[in-house]
Design a protein around this ligand. Structure first.
Ligand SMILES: C[S@@+](CC[C@H](N)C(=O)[O-])C[C@H]1O[C@@H](n2cnc3c(N)ncnc32)[C@H](O)[C@@H]1O
Ligand SMILES: [Zn+2]
Length: 397
């Protein structure tokens, strides 16, 4: 039995399956359509900036839908290589390429071998494996050329988010942190690990776009080259996040070792830490603006969702790492949560930056310290609440 799928401008066929699983004869996940839609826009924007024709490698191609979409939907493409280790997947990539009249190059190799054999060939490498991309980053570091784009998906979010600490240390050589901003933290661990892995090849990353959605994380990294620039990139972007579970304050430390005393500077409580991770920029405002401008000319089923996400990510550029969960803070303060918009306005009135986080609907990113945020929340609460001032007791800050 066959199943027909329509996404973007392509139609593909795959063997029927009961549920999305790595055990399916040929893997296809309809929930990743947004991932593929955003990839089409991001790679198109990259190609536009490059002003030359690009060679793309979709090295975990599955049914071929991703690579075929890149071939059909992205302008200025010189070639697309679709690779998979599964022989049945390769058969379907061949069928689906013909079905869409897309002249895709097809290989059946282990992704690491393919990257090693094609050093300096591709302008875009897309790594979309089952679970962790960690075993493939080293070969990507060897293979990628200056000015190329590395697109990485990770679906092992429980490791990156710190539900399980040991697998994160094993796969990403970093200590995770189970907090309200654990998804952003996970993106930072993945970017930090990639940056440190590439460094031995005197290559560094510039994060053009990073987001977490549903069950996966996705990074778009532009590759730079040169020993001095790599050293500088590590110095300016790798470090640690410290988090106080008591008063919810955070701080950053640049470097390869956690050296701050593990005591909260705000309340004296014990702090937890995460890292080494990427504490530099995760969003490139101009890149995202470019992607938004490209939206009207693309045929995407998830256009609305894509725009909403890109707008949130655009707002996050230039903001410091981590965000505050207003519900968590208010529950600690013993008051009901005021609307997010009002809190952001209050912070902005006081001269702080404030924006929403794409990771959490109740999250606010701000450069205000926790004490200022709590003061702002309290003042809005006092203006609007006439019933509970006497029962909440003294403010908790
Ligand atoms: C998550 S699926 C890819 C989905 C596809 N990119 C898409 O958007 O629909 C991962 C694919 O990687 C293939 N694979 C697993 N290990 C591999 C390896 N070492 N080298 C190449 N392909 C591999 C699997 O057969 C599977 O088709
Ligand atoms: Zn504290």
């Amino acid at each position: 039995m066959m199943k027909t799928v329509k996404e973007g401008m392509v139609t593909i066929k795959i063997p029927s399956f009961d549920k999305v699983s790595s055990k399916a004869p040929v893997f296809y996940n309809p929930n990743m359509e947004l991932n593929r839609d955003i990839s089409v826009l991001a790679i198109q924007q990259f190609q536009k900036e490059k002003k030359s024709r690009i060679k793309i490698a979709d090295i975990f191609a599955g049914s071929g839908i991703r690579g075929i979409r890149y071939h059909v939907e992205i302008g200025g493409v010189e070639s697309v290589l679709a690779n998979d280790i599964n022989p049945l997947a390769v058969e379907f990539i061949e069928k689906n390429s013909k079905l869409n009249n897309a002249h895709v190059d097809i290989t059946m190799e282990d992704a690491n071998i393919l990257l090693r054999k094609n050093r300096g060939v591709f302008d875009v490498v897309d790594i979309d494996p089952f679970g962790t991309p960690s075993p493939f980053i080293e070969s990507a570091g060897y293979s990628l050329k200056k000015g190329s784009l590395l697109c990485v998906t990770a679906t092992d979010t429980s490791s990156l988010c710190g539900t399980y600490k040991k697998p994160c240390i094993r796969k990403y050589n970093a200590v995770p942190l189970k907090t309200e901003y654990c998804h952003e933290n996970g993106l930072r661990i993945l970017a930090g690990f990639t940056s440190l892995t590439l460094a031995k090849y005197k290559k560094y990353i510039k994060v053009r776009l990073a987001y977490s959605s549903q069950h996966y994380m996705r990074l778009y990294l532009e590759i730079g080259k040169g020993a001095a620039k790599t050293d500088k990139s590590l110095k300016n972007n790798i470090g640690f996040i410290y988090h106080c579970h008591n008063c919810l304050s955070r701080s950053l430390e640049y470097g390869m070792l956690p050296i701050l005393p593990l005591e909260c500077p705000q309340c004296g409580g014990k702090t937890d830490f995460s890292g080494p991770l990427w504490i530099g920029e995760l969003e490139d405002e101009n890149f995202i603006k470019g992607m938004i401008r490209l939206l009207p000319e693309k045929r995407l089923n998830k256009k609305g969702e894509t725009l909403k996400l890109l707008k949130l990510l655009e707002g996050e550029s230039g903001m410091p790492p981590t965000f505050y969960d207003i519900h968590k803070i208010c529950s600690k303060m013993g008051i009901s949560a005021p609307p997010l918009k009002k809190i952001m306005e209050k912070l902005q009135e006081k001269g702080f930056k404030a924006t929403r986080s794409h990771c959490k609907a109740t999250g606010i990113k701000t450069n205000a310290p926790i004490i200022e945020l709590k003061k702002s929340i309290k003042s809005i609460h006092n203006l609007t609440c006439h019933g509970c001032n006497n029962i909440v007791g003294p403010p908790h800050f």
